[in-house]
Ligand binder design. Structure first.
Ligand SMILES: [Zn+2]
Ligand SMILES: [Zn+2]
Length: 242
């Protein structure tokens, strides 16, 4: 039971850090927040991602490239040029590393307006830190696992961010229905996206990239949008538009 709770918490908290902070805030600037909250959520997103930490600048740049070149050869993660998801993810990883380490030239329009905290990154992005997170997952399992097969979940903890990326980027541009006739292959995979916290409304999101609610019809539900509304209401963030 403890393992299941730990897994579910890690899955959703890491995903929340990605969709709320990296995607909707860092990449799209759907809302604003004070410097203090920005730093708080930067650290929150790091700790929740743990061993698979993604840098906000590199994430924002890759994501803006994805919107600008969706499902073309310049898209960092389209499923339409790869036979299976693993090769697509290795390709994305290569571009991420190139952008992050400056070996790939980035178009100027993508390379601005995102949170940057080099002092936090020096710790978060370091291999010893990633290793400590990885070991802490193993230690938790050592104390709380009751069955051997529970250990099969450990690799998902180690690679939580890329696992989420693989599901969203592959399924979201391949499986589901469309509300809008976009030029790409974006799809809405679920009508109630309980699995990926709204990220699987790719077709809706590509239609209106700056809209904070990823659901477009009354029968669709993006679980993160009510949280965004609440954070706006209590003054933690300020929505740019509704
Ligand atoms: Zn997309
Ligand atoms: Zn987006």
């Amino acid at each position: 039971m403890a393992i299941l709770i730990f897994f579910v918490c890690h899955w959703y908290l890491s995903l929340f850090g990605q969709t709320f902070y990296l995607h909707r805030y860092a990449a799209h600037k759907m809302f604003t927040m004070s410097k203090a909250w920005e730093k708080f959520f930067y650290i929150f997103a790091w700790v929740m991602q743990g061993s698979s930490y993604l840098n906000a600048r590199a994430y924002a740049i890759l994501h803006r490239m994805h919107h600008a070149y969706s499902d073309t050869e310049k898209d960092p993660h389209t499923p339409h040029f790869f036979k299976e998801v693993f090769t697509m993810m290795m390709h994305t990883r290569e571009i991420y590393n190139g952008v992050h380490h400056g070996t790939i030239q980035v178009e100027e329009k993508f390379d601005r307006n995102f949170p940057v905290y080099p002092a936090i990154d020096r710790i978060a992005d370091a291999w010893p830190t990633r290793l400590i997170f990885g070991i802490s997952y193993v230690v938790f399992y050592y104390f709380f696992a009751n069955y051997w097969w529970e250990y099969l979940l450990l690799p998902i903890h180690f690679l939580m961010g890329p696992v989420h990326g693989a599901i969203v980027n592959w399924a979201g541009h391949k499986y589901g229905y469309r509300n809008f006739d976009e030029k790409d292959h974006s799809k809405n995979t679920l009508v109630f996206d309980f699995l990926m916290l709204g990220e699987l409304f790719q077709n809706n999101h590509h239609h209106e990239g700056s809209k904070p609610n990823f659901a477009a019809n009354w029968w669709e539900f993006d679980p993160v949008f009510p949280i965004i509304r609440l954070l706006d209401f209590i003054g933690v963030i300020k929505l740019v538009r509704m």
